[in-house]
Ligand binder design. Structure first.
Ligand SMILES: [Zn+2]
Ligand SMILES: [Zn+2]
Length: 232
């Protein structure tokens, strides 16, 4: 396995420098060949008043920046449950998988961007959650398969799950051919219909991420079908 911090010394030096400068309560260390960022993160409001602080561990994947890091809350301040946006492995569910690359640019994004756009908003939401007794649930990013379907409904401006399904299916393809029928069901070739929209999201959403969502979608359809058959 090639580790980014060994392969790209320059990037790693800049990474450490940036953390030192902007987050002096965090330290960078290498554990089992993976870069970790450990320490305390202070979450502030726009007047720089500290709202709360959390003990965290950020684990940077070996192929950073092609994958985003994982965030762990290690101070026991938040229950690590799906309702609070934690995955089964205890890491924070920072963003719907399909959506990551709308906010993360593999060439331009830095570790500071990761903390600013993923980590801090995550804790801001947690603070609001506690203050409001969970009233802000719907303000969180989409979550799980239903979240993914809602995300796609939003970007497509439709409630039609068949359109959503077709769109995700096209995202999983290596290339979308211009003469294919449009995912929207208009009957037109995609080049005369939603080509620009398709092209935009095809560049942003990785086919391997769309593939995982499509697999979950298929599984759900299968379950619904089996339940129907049982009833009949
Ligand atoms: Zn989530
Ligand atoms: Zn269309």
């Amino acid at each position: 396995m090639e580790y980014w911090h060994l392969k790209n010394k320059e990037l790693f030096d800049l990474f450490k420098k940036k953390i030192d400068e902007e987050y002096p309560t965090l330290i960078v260390l290498v554990v089992d060949n993976l870069v970790n960022i450990k320490g305390t993160i202070r979450i502030k409001d726009d007047k720089k008043i500290i709202l709360n602080s959390y003990s965290i561990n950020i684990v940077v994947p070996h192929n950073f920046p092609h994958e985003i890091p994982k965030l762990y809350e290690v101070g026991g301040k938040i229950p690590l449950i799906p309702d609070r946006h934690f995955e089964n492995d205890g890491s924070a569910c920072l963003c719907l998988r399909d959506e990551v690359f709308l906010y993360w640019n593999e060439e331009k994004s830095t570790v500071i961007d990761f903390i600013k756009f993923f980590v801090e908003p995550f804790f801001h939401w947690q603070i609001e959650y506690e203050a409001s007794g969970g009233q802000n649930k719907d303000n969180a990013h989409a979550h799980g398969l239903m979240g993914a379907i809602n995300f796609y409904k939003n970007i497509l401006g439709t409630d039609d799950v068949k359109v959503v399904y077709k769109f995700i299916e096209y995202l999983t393809k290596k290339k979308v051919k211009k003469h294919w029928p449009c995912f929207c069901g208009s009957g037109q070739q995609i080049r005369y219909c939603h080509f620009d929209l398709m092209k935009y999201y095809k560049q942003k959403i990785r086919s391997k991420d769309a593939k995982k969502t499509l697999d979950n979608f298929k599984r759900m359809i299968e379950i619904i079908r089996n339940n129907k058959e049982k009833k009949e």
